[in-house]
Design a protein around this ligand. Sequence first.
Ligand code: ZN
Length: 660
Amino acid sequence: MKKILLGANYYPEDWDENLIDFDIENMKKCHFNVVRIAEFAWKKMEPSENEYSFDWLHKVVDKMHEAGIGVILGTPTATPPSWLYKKHPDIAMLSPTGVRTSHGGRRHCCSSNPIYREYSRKIVERMAEEFGSDPGVIGWQIDNEIYHWEPGCCCSYCMDNFHAWLREKYGSVEAINSAWNLNLFSQAYDEIEDIPAPFNAWHNPHIKLEWNLSQSNNHKSFVHMQAEIIKAHSAAPVGTDTMPVNGFDYRELNAPLDVAQFNHYDTDLTRPAMWMDYMRNFSKIPFWNTETQACWNGSTSPGHSLMGEGFVYMNTWLPVMLGGGGNLYWLWRTHWAGHELMHGAVMDTSGRFTYANGEIVKAAREFEQLEDILCATKVKSDTALMFSSLNWNIHKSQQISNAIPDDTGFVNEFYQKLLGAGIHPAVIDGREPLDDYKLLITPSAYSLEEGNLKERITRFVENGGVWVVGPLSDIRTSIGTKYKNSPYGFLEELTGAQLSYIIPHDDGSITLANEQGEELKGRGIFELFDDGDFEPLLSVADGHSALVGKHASFVKKVGQGYVIFLGTLPEDRELGRIFSKASELACAEIYKVSDGAMITKREGDGRTLYIAAALKGKACEWRTDGSWRNLVSGELVSGSISLAPYEIAVLERADAERIE
Ligand SMILES: [Zn+2]
């Protein structure tokens, strides 16, 4: 698809059908070229069992097509109709206390339930038959924001799937009893079928881990079932719109799909930026940001207040800047009754544009202006930050440190600090290849057992790569147990260094000193090493006498490359210094930026571009040299690039023009 998509979610089922001409006219004013429809309209498409109604939807798709607006069609399985629930109440999820979810919300049915699956298969097949060859349909969205809501479903089908998952992975109940140390608490089981869902008791973390993985797997197979049906009828790209939560394995989810679809309502744009850098890897075509606020979020109550001027413009650019193929707002026009009345939109219920419309149109015009070059180039980075579903799930199943900032472990915090240090990393799953990178950073990568990482990281370093081992990495097996012969899986073996202590600690009583003797604090965790054949970077200067002189960070040459171990989260300035050192050793790209700037590099078609963005809404600077052409304004800029709050500059070296 050689264009940047810009549009919104549209719910024609909300409105009188005559309003569509007014809506299309106004979408054109916004330069929109895409709408996403039908995701919750099962009842309208199948008013009663086996009675289908698609005329209304054909009219919408045809009208949009005539107006040059493509349609991404959603399958409605997140919201089964009331007749289905009435006939088969057991399709609803079952809580650990035995209560079925009632009808009225969405994603309240069990993705493992064979009856729900059969009805889902039928409606998806009918939709695919109706619209599979429709030129107005440019893409498909399966379900909506699928993941297992905490705590998941405990129905008999989910329990059967859980036990089958365990049998497939471990082979026998004896193997499970042994692998999870179930002699403890008299917990050993006689049969796999005796293993409970991990609720209503103080449960073993390994059961919790496997439960989460198994529930994730149930939803994944539900999505894949729908993808297979659609692909049999349609050549348009298929994806499922995701909100990255709850440890879902987004890599496996997206494996047979064409386009990763991502939803976010963040106001701190470094957070969705990290997720977009992650989801980009899983998409065969540039990913779509399928939902974001056009002004503010407000599902059940107003979620945000007025955003700073330029925020909506920056948020519109964000996915495109990070290699995505488009952005869609949620939603076009605020609902007039029913759910999510407090949400902001492009247009209010009475058909008036909301305050940020000017910012939307500004971004739209720039996309049109730069479409060719944006579509011809891809985001490149030679630094990789590792994040994986496995470690996300280990984090969720055992609280290894109380000072870890959020659900992703240290990964999001490291991502933000890397941007602050002038490094824009790719965010890669543990199973992705390392070949494209010079610098690898693994914060809270509790387990490095997936995807043959031990061998791959060792080879990466020996061949000249630099590995920054962030706090709490390599300390768990792939099922969340500890190693018995070393605190680490292979870190000591690789570096020859010996750990003294791992201490969860956050009261500030430990003082560190860097190699220049400057004192600073660390937080969250202290992994402290004895003296060894390495160059210490951070050592304990003051605190408990048993710790003084131990090393919380060091650098060690291994083969042609380096391992930089970082066993705590130091103050920002020091962390930035360590990132700079790592980047220098790796000969990786690092930009001299002031806080708030994000620089992304793109390559393709023999050209190299940089997009500089004042991401945090404050004026900032990229200290660079030479002359640049700003492709938006056409102006020539020499030396440093100054950015006003939320400004974006798309830059290409102008020096090269002269050379050519
Ligand atoms: Zn279930």
